[in-house]
Design a protein around this ligand. Structure first.
Ligand code: XLS
Ligand code: MG
Length: 346
């Protein structure tokens, strides 16, 4: 690779939260929206990730939507921020309780498609080309509830309908195996890429990989990233960390397993991620016990850890690695990496 990538960092306003969880209410006061947008530059971030309703409520009429969107765009321009991704939040509306594109009710499926198209229109308004589909409720709690084969076809059709509706966006599918449903129809990055190849425009179909989502599927995120990079389909990431096969924890990147984080940065940096403008997105949550004053630390810490790990990745003696690979001296290679991770120079 020619010049080292200068990474650009992004996150979504939902990553600054009030700390509610399924077992208890909010524990921190709400940060005012304009204040949230101000924190980006203060923390050294470059761009914003949005859901449709992170910009304006999803049920506004189109005139009011345009007005509200223009106001948000003005704040972003004033801050020098761009919108990296936009995603329809298809999992909170009462009409998506049974899923969006795969609901058993045709009226609800139509609602999901209409909302997804509207979100693509919004992408144009904020100058964003990357449209993320996290298929949150496209799954079931019991196999017999829906025909799983029909569900896959419905997802492909919906994806194609969005691409046909808006020719300037590209869609990044974000896979997750479970939560909020028990069993997602498109559980892994590999499944998601196979879906992309079946849509109306495979060239505009790719993936966003979230570290924790790969881990929840029992997979290594760096392996998923390498697979998507080979296909030229890794268009964004949601880096974070995860402590075993539990609920989706969205922990600070690198905070659970440093070597696993190292492997992700290694794969990204060595394979040109970011050279076509792809961003390092973070999808991280502050611990519930965190105070309002400290409620941005998980974001700055994740970015700092990424950059520190990047320094280590770039300091590894590549010639030595090649020699050890050629000689298949993997015990020694492992120790070389461990030494670097533990602060031994060279
Ligand atoms: C969940 C996802 C979701 C998407 C955007 O993990 O991060 O928030 O990224 O729809
Ligand atoms: Mg995510």
């Amino acid at each position: 690779m020619s010049t080292p990538t200068k990474y650009r960092f992004t996150f979504g306003p939902w990553n600054i939260s009030q700390g509610a969880d399924p077992f208890g209410p909010t524990v921190r006061k709400e940060m005012e929206y304009a204040r949230k947008l101000k924190t980006y530059k203060e923390l050294g971030f470059d761009g914003v990730q949005f859901h449709d309703d992170d910009i304006v409520p999803a049920d506004l009429d189109w005139q009011a939507t345009l007005k509200g969107t223009a106001e948000v765009k003005k704040i972003l321009d004033g801050e020098g921020l761009f919108v990296e991704i936009i995603a329809p939040r298809l999992w909170e509306d009462p009409r998506t309780i049974d899923g969006g594109f795969t609901s058993n009710d045709p009226k609800e499926r139509q609602y999901a498609i209409d909302r997804a198209k509207r979100c693509a229109d919004l992408a144009d308004e904020v100058g964003c080309k990357n449209y993320v589909l996290w298929l949150a409720r496209e799954g079931t709690y019991i196999r017999e509830a829906k025909c799983a084969k029909t569900a896959v076809a419905r997802i492909v059709d919906a994806w194609s309908a969005i691409l046909e509706h808006n020719k300037s966006i590209r869609i990044l599918g974000e896979a997750k195996p479970n939560e909020p449903t028990d069993s997602a129809f498109i559980p892994t990055v590999g499944h998601m890429m196979a879906i992309g190849y079946k849509t109306a425009d495979p060239a505009r179909s790719g993936v966003l990989i979230e570290s924790a989502h790969s881990l929840l599927a029992g997979l290594d995120p760096s392996e998923d990233m390498a697979f998507a990079l080979y296909h030229g389909k890794l268009w964004s990431v949601h880096l974070n960390d995860q402590n075993g096969l539990k609920y989706d924890q969205d922990k600070t990147f690198g905070s659970v397993d440093l070597r696993r984080a190292f492997n992700q940065v290694w794969v990204l940096d060595k394979n040109g991620f970011g050279q076509d403008g792809e961003c390092v997105g973070l999808d991280v949550k502050a611990m519930r016990t965190t105070t309002f004053e400290d409620s941005l630390k998980h974001l700055s810490n994740s970015k700092t850890l990424f950059l520190r790990i990047l320094d280590i990745v770039r300091a590894v003696d590549e010639k030595k690695v090649e020699e050890l690979r050629a000689a298949k001296k993997y015990e020694e290679l492992e120790m070389l990496i461990m030494d670097m991770l533990m602060g031994k120079k060279g």
